[in-house]
Write a protein that binds this ligand. Structure first.
Ligand code: E4P
Length: 219
């Protein structure tokens, strides 16, 4: 399973990159806006930190403008994946961009039927939003399972990117469902490391070792 960082913040992306296990970055217009820099400069800087898929989202909603924006974004770096919202015009744009060899990440996906449309248009990635479904008392984990099953039934090459993860449980469910990728805010990524028994176990190992050394040197 590939792990992406869902952030446009360079400090967070650099911290996550230090582990050598992060495979890419997803951004969206809200995350980019939060950083307060020129969007293209920000995307370019992110490409300099992580050598992997970097999703950059269009902000147009007409097909022609989405395609033009997608081409501009794709020119920033070979690793760019153009993020396109799952609307009618977006699906047309995905089809055109796919025909030009430009990889797309179809975002704001909330149903298996929408995911089917993205795959038929030739999307490289589809991003079902788990957390935002949970927020309205629907099951984000079910959505991932259903999309994976539909894609497996027909052998679609589109990869399922579990997005809008709110905590480690979403990552576990996405992995069990067979999602190809999970994108995580830095704080969710960081929490994957933690288990109280790991800390207690390590403390005991080191204390036992120190005690034995002290006894040996006293003997
Ligand atoms: C996906 O690529 C989106 O950027 C992201 O996961 C949205 O997450 P949110 O629902 O926490 O905003």
């Amino acid at each position: 399973m590939r792990l992406f960082i869902d952030s446009a913040n360079l400090d967070e992306i650099r911290k996550a990159a230090e582990y050598g296990i992060v495979d890419g970055v997803t951004t969206n217009p809200s995350l980019i806006a939060k950083e307060g820099h020129d969007p293209y400069d920000q995307i370019r800087a992110i490409c300099g930190v992580i050598d992997g898929d970097i999703s950059a989202e269009v902000v147009s909603t007409e097909t022609g403008a989405m395609v033009a924006e997608g081409r501009d974004l794709a020119r920033i770096h070979d690793n760019i994946v153009v993020k396109i919202p799952l609307i009618r015009n977006g699906i047309k744009a995905v089809k055109t961009l796919a025909g030009e060899g430009i990889r797309t990440n179809v975002t704001l996906c909330f149903s298996p039927m929408q995911a089917l449309l993205a795959a038929k248009a030739g999307a490289y990635l589809v991003s079902p939003f788990m957390g935002r479904l949970d927020d309205i008392a629907l099951d984000g984990c079910d959505l991932i399972r259903e999309i994976v099953a539909v894609y497996e039934n027909y052998g679609y090459a589109t990869q399922v990117l579990a997005a809008s993860a709110r905590g480690p449980l979403h990552v576990k469910e996405a992995a069990l469902a067979g999602a190809h990728v999970a994108t995580l805010p830095y704080k969710v990524f960081d929490r994957l490391f933690d288990h109280p028994l790991t800390d207690i176990g390590l403390e005991k190992f080191l204390a036992d070792y120190r005690k034995t050394l002290e006894q040996a040197s006293a003997a």
